[in-house]
Design a binder for this molecule. Structure first.
Ligand SMILES: Nc1nc2c(ncn2[C@@H]2O[C@H](COP(=O)(O)OP(=O)(O)O)[C@@H](O)[C@H]2O)c(=O)[nH]1
Ligand SMILES: [Mg+2]
Length: 329
């Protein structure tokens, strides 16, 4: 903004309207997607005062700089840049906490979710639904070309597993596309897990239990849509995320008695015992080391293995990288 523009603005400030809806966009390496998503969301939500909050984990591709540039032109765009942290769920939680809008929606940055259904989702929430989920698996919805066959089978299996937890016959609790009243979120935010990809499932289970304690049922609405292929960039889904998801399921099934981090730590420790015994056997029996040196080798190998796996899995959200002075992403 030039000095003249700034002075003009000071004399005629445009009226400010509080956002009614916060659109939360978790992002990691999405520089070629965020601006297009903003345009599409703006077109879909025309007339709705909304803010667009991108929570980026210091993406190496410079997504945060792109968002900063967008915010120079659009007053309803905000960027949160997190340093030394990773994780979809924790990014979403942080974005929601940074907004005061009475409703929020969570949508992926890669244009796989169909933003055109946002007004319908908002209308359902305003009419009384506590949570409205964009679903790929009911009505006119479909996973379209957005998922490979293996991923669709995995997603459907995970959906069945999670109905054990929710006790609800939801068609797509694994969806990353949902809209809700923030009041419901505020009631359960302290019990949510920051690890992993499946924040919606976590919210449904936690809010369902909270409501049950008060003798009420959670009202969940669904709006079908067709899942699209990713626009640009690559998926961040990985086997580590799948293991974290299983940890979340057990943690929620035991009502937090076995936290995800404890389960992952235990899993790594158990595998470490196998690595230790295997190294001991090879060095002692096969390579002919005496017991002292075989045991020393086994301890060093198992210790290193445990550290590396814990760094990748248990502490993925603050993973250490060689050469970095602080947790790097
Ligand atoms: N802030 C943040 N966003 C993430 C992270 N991992 C994934 N995302 C974002 O979450 C959304 C879904 O991720 P994506 O890789 O498309 O997963 P997929 O659709 O299951 O293959 C995208 O907008 C990603 O950029 C992360 O560690 N931090
Ligand atoms: Mg995606």
């Amino acid at each position: 903004m030039s000095v003249v523009q700034f002075e003009n603005y000071r004399q005629n400030p445009s009226p400010w309207v509080a956002p009614q809806l916060a659109v939360i966009v978790p992002s990691y390496n999405e520089r070629d997607n965020v601006a297009l998503l903003y345009e599409k969301v703006g077109a879909a939500l025309s007339g709705v005062p909304f803010e667009f909050i991108v929570v980026d984990d210091n993406s190496p591709d410079g997504t945060s700089e792109v968002v900063r540039g967008m915010a120079q032109h659009h007053p309803n765009v905000r960027g949160i840049r997190r340093i030394g942290r990773r994780g979809l769920s924790s990014a979403v939680i942080e974005g929601i906490m940074a907004s005061s809008a009475p409703y929020f929606a969570v949508i992926d940055a890669d244009l796989q979710h169909d933003e055109a259904i946002l007004p319908q989702m908002l209308a359902k929430a305003m009419a009384g639904d506590d949570i409205v989920v964009g679903t790929r698996y009911s009505g006119d919805g479909s996973a379209g070309q957005g998922l490979s066959r293996a991923r669709e089978a995995g997603s459907r299996f995970a959906t069945r597993l999670s109905s054990l937890l929710t006790g609800q016959s939801l068609s797509d609790p694994m969806s990353g596309f949902f809209l809700m009243r923030r009041e419901i979120f505020d009631q359960v935010v302290q019990t949510l897990s920051e690890d992993g990809f499946k924040i919606l499932l976590d919210i449904i289970v936690s809010a369902g239990r909270f409501h049950a304690l008060n003798g009420k049922a959670l009202k969940i609405g669904e709006v079908p849509y067709t899942f699209r292929p990713r626009h640009a960039g690559e998926s961040k889904m990985s086997p580590i995320i799948v293991v974290q998801f299983l940890g979340l399921l057990v943690s929620k099934l035991t009502r937090g008695l076995l936290p995800t981090s404890f389960l992952l730590f235990g899993l790594v420790g158990g595998l470490g015992v196998i690595v230790h015994m295997g190294t001991l056997w090879i060095t002692h029996e096969r390579l002919g080391f005496n017991f002292f040196w075989a045991q020393t080798a086994a301890v060093i190998v198992a210790m290193t293995f445990n550290f590396m796996l814990n760094n990748e899995l248990t502490y993925a959200s603050k993973k250490l990288r060689a050469g970095a002075t602080s947790p790097a992403c």
